[in-house]
Design a protein around this ligand. Structure first.
Ligand code: DQA
Length: 147
């Protein structure tokens, strides 16, 4: 089972960027925690982070034969039709993750262009959201449900 963990713009600054909102963990630390959990579950995870919308689209397309996708599209969540179209095109089950509770923040963060094409969304649980997303995808995939 192969699961891609995709992180969008400014998430490379985690640990330094607004820690009260996004947590104290760096992206490398989150990656280690998720990787440890993936090892226990016996699944392969790959992390990709980019500040560029097209690079995120490329990564989604390049992994179209993978089993699942965890995506924190960061600010592109609220704007990107290209990322939503890519997710819809590849039909890989995707869980949308946000570290912060986007519904408790500014109004422009309440709308997600990608929610429509994701299996579901996790928001507000910090790095634990990635681990929960992994559990949910592995649960779904091991039940043989891929759509
Ligand atoms: C975020 C929420 C977005 O609104 C914001 O632009 C981010 C991070 C989150 O993980 O809480 O960069 O996706």
């Amino acid at each position: 089972m192969r699961i891609l963990v995709l992180n969008g713009p400014n998430l490379n600054l985690l640990g330094h960027r607004m820690p009260a909102v996004y947590g104290r963990e760096t992206l490398d630390e989150i990656q280690l925690l998720v990787r440890g959990h993936a090892d226990r579950l016996g699944v392969e995870v790959k992390f990709v982070q980019s500040n560029h919308e097209g690079a995120l689209v490329d990564a989604i397309q390049q992994h179209r034969d993978w089993d699942g996708l965890i995506i924190n599209a960061a600010a592109y969540t609220h704007t990107s039709l290209a990322i939503a179209d890519a997710l819809e095109a590849v039909q890989v089950p995707a869980v949308e993750v946000h570290l912060s509770n986007i519904y408790a923040r500014e109004r422009f963060r309440h709308r997600s262009t990608i929610a429509r094409v994701c299996w579901g969304q996790i928001a507000g649980f910090g790095y634990r959201g990635y681990i929960a997303a992994l559990d949910l995808l592995v649960g779904r995939l091991s039940e043989g449900e891929t759509q």
